[in-house]
Design a protein around this ligand. Structure first.
Ligand SMILES: Cc1cc2nc3c(=O)[nH]c(=O)nc-3n(C[C@H](O)[C@H](O)[C@H](O)COP(=O)(O)OP(=O)(O)OC[C@H]3O[C@@H](n4cnc5c(N)ncnc54)[C@H](O)[C@@H]3O)c2cc1C
Length: 420
């Protein structure tokens, strides 16, 4: 990149802002960010919702005028190398970077939208943005009935946070166990017990099929004659016909990469925007990083890979071509208040294939569980719950794809004292 080269980044989230920071103040960078509030790290939203952190603790360094807040990119004109925005302005680029993140998946629930489309009912929230988090925070009070739909990382975090605020929380998980993508059955069972001890009622193999809503007169109250009614959620309907009362519903059913702009611009999109090892799309002037990017068939949806991709692309655009070859990401989560916290770390595939070696250390009294799966002399997966003192060494071995040497070394990796 020469100093005259104009870089336009669409998306002022974790990946886009890291890229801008790495390119530095001398670069001609514009970040278009549709969110109008100051930049923040969404990884910390559950802690904000739980009341553990004030919103400003989640702030990301503000890049100043480089970030055009509250401006949404609406069309990419690749022939003219120009991005059109919703405020009528356009930004010309030499290099364009898509860092548009993902959208929450809205499940096909009866009653989610009124016939013909419209707004979500009052009381129903996604959990993706600071606005979602603050709206949920404003609605939660001790004793409020909250149903969280989805038992993955997001649903578990939201349920724990709402319980910490005194809500009566029911978590409805369609799969047979919690966080089934990251945890094996034993670790899931411990997590289940921990959440239950925090007062969360958990239903697994439980499909929600609809929402119950009621119409209440629009504000101001009393509403003028003929005023429209607001739809307010009153409960969720399960597939077996059972109905749970609810004042709040959180949709935590996964995320879908935001690829609309790329698709409309004729770029290749499979699950995400397809990029090569230089994080380039089929158009050499257009790149994609973070949650919206699909590299080597993989979507990550995690902060670590988003930051690594931003760093690799910054090096390339800065004149030091750098290949991105993938990230071996570790998922980490802390659940529970200061008195009863539960730490969790998971990586790779915790379910062994025939011929794999497994080392497992479980302590039912202390509610700790540690397990690693080894194929040949390499780690292929693992879970640590309740006891994370060895996570640093394990993470280094996993992330560096290092040889473990003798089986004893693997046991050593799981213990504080080398297994003595
Ligand atoms: C509640 C929650 C908890 C999480 N916890 C963890 C965790 O513990 N560990 C972990 O690794 N990951 C976690 N994640 C995931 C992590 O936050 C994401 O992987 C990461 O933020 C991805 O960064 P990104 O920049 O690709 O996307 P984002 O951070 O989503 O940023 C994308 C930005 O682009 C903007 N944008 C999109 N389209 C346009 C447009 N057309 N014009 C202008 N702006 C646009 C969006 O508004 C958004 O601000 C969590 C996510 C959530 C929601």
């Amino acid at each position: 990149m020469t100093s005259e080269q104009r870089v336009v980044v669409i998306g002022g989230g974790l990946a886009g802002l890291r890229l801008a920071a790495r390119l530095g103040p001398a670069a001609a960078v514009t970040v278009l960010g549709e969110e109008s509030r100051a930049p923040y790290n969404r990884v910390l939203l559950a802690e904000v919702l739980a009341g553990r952190y004030a919103p400003d603790v989640a702030a990301l360094p503000d890049p100043g005028p480089v970030l055009r807040r509250g401006v949404r990119a609406v069309r990419i004109d690749r022939a003219a190398r120009r991005v059109h925005c919703d405020d009528g302005t356009a930004a010309e680029y030499d290099a364009l970077v898509l860092a548009t993140g993902s959208n929450p998946v809205l499940p096909p629930l009866r009653g989610l939208f009124p016939p013909g489309g419209g707004e979500l009912p009052e009381g129903v929230h996604a959990f993706r943005t600071m606005d979602d988090c603050l709206a949920l925070g404003a609605a939660v009070r001790p004793g409020v009935r909250a149903v969280v739909i989805g038992g993955g990382l997001l649903g578990v975090s939201a349920a724990r946070a709402l319980a910490a605020r005194g809500a009566q929380v029911v978590l409805a998980q369609q799969a047979e166990r919690l966080m089934e993508r990251q945890l094996d059955a034993d670790a899931s069972a411990l997590l289940h017990a921990h959440l239950a001890s925090l007062g969360v009622e958990i239903h697994t193999e439980c499909r929600v099929r609809g929402l119950a809503t009621t119409g209440v007169p629009s504000r101001p109250s009393p509403a003028p004659p003929g005023a429209a009614h607001r739809r307010v959620v009153t409960g969720v309907e399960l597939a077996d016909g059972y109905r749970l009362g609810a004042d709040l519903v959180v949709l935590a059913c996964g995320v879908r990469p935001r690829t609309g702009l790329a698709r409309a611009a004729g770029l290749e999109v499979r699950k995400g925007v397809v990029v090569d090892d230089r994080l380039r799309t089929g158009d050499p002037c257009v790149h994609a990083i973070g949650d919206c990017a699909e590299h080597a068939g993989r979507l990550y949806g995690l902060a670590g890979p988003a930051l690594e991709q931003a760093d690799a692309l910054a090096a390339t655009l800065g004149g030091s071509p750098t290949d991105y070859t993938g990230t071996r990401a570790l998922t980490r989560l802390t659940l529970g208040g200061a008195d009863r916290p539960l730490d969790l770390a998971a990586f790779g595939d915790p379910t062994p294939l025939p011929g794999d070696d497994v080392v497992r250390l479980a302590d039912a009294t202390r509610r700790t569980y540690r397990k690693v799966v080894l194929r040949g002399d390499r780690l292929v997966g693992g879970v640590l719950l309740g006891e994370l003192s060895t996570v640093g060494a394990l993470a280094r071995t996993w992330e560096g794809d290092e040889s473990l040497g003798a089986p004893h070394d693997m046991f050593h990796l799981l213990t504080d004292d080398g297994g003595h």
